[in-house]
Design a binder for this molecule. Sequence first.
Ligand code: KIV
Length: 271
Amino acid sequence: MADEPKSVTTRELIAMKTRGERIVVLTCYDALFARLLDASGVDVLLVGDSVNQILAGAETTLSATLDQMIYHTRSVCRGATRALVVCDLPFLTFQVSPQEAIRNAGRVLQETGCHAVKLEGGAPMAATVRALVDVGIPVMGHLGLTPQSVHALGGYRVQGRDEKTAERITADARALEEAGAFAIVLELVPAPLASHITKALTIPTIGIGAGPACDGQVLVLPDMLGLNDQFSAKFVKRYAALAEDVREAVKLYAAEVREGRYPGPEHSFTK
Ligand code: KIV
């Protein structure tokens, strides 16, 4: 019998770092894309709270709700068989107390079938990470540009350019590892700093706008597919131009409907 494709675990991600194998991560918000990404061998599907901007059209991630994240994560889990599915904990669902974090993250795992949660923040969140890990909830950290703190950070800007902030982010990464996180997203930090942190940790770093030395990379799926072509940033590479394809296809469909060329006999039932 052919070997079943093994599903990715948090332990496997740490083993991949040890073996020097890069980890492939993409955001995903629904079952349709989850099936496509899973079949393409993506290791981790991250149901990011960026869904609030990308699909719900909000200005920031701050208004994302737990119910919204549960809805999207459940859909992603229905489409994934191999990939590890991680759900972002939205703003104010984990910051108030470790107990609230356990209740909310526990709900996420129970109601969606996902494997882990992600939360933003460094040393001040370490006790919460420890509490979650202690009750069996795997946690991915998120440092650098943490979008839930966009107002405190003064915009979506590169973090850790000065020595003091770079040292703080490095200490935050160590604190998260110590607290039991299985991986850390590094968003918008200078490549040398990401490289330094990656070497200092035994758990993998997953970079977005953090240069090539991270153990893995994550991108927001509609950005890298060119489906969200209103957004561009230096770190985003577009691997397709799907927004253009969609506009062309829909224009063609509209023209054919208006001219009576669609549906043709081949699309119609005679009886
Ligand atoms: O919400 C999200 O999509 C994320 C990624 C950008 C890492 O947190």
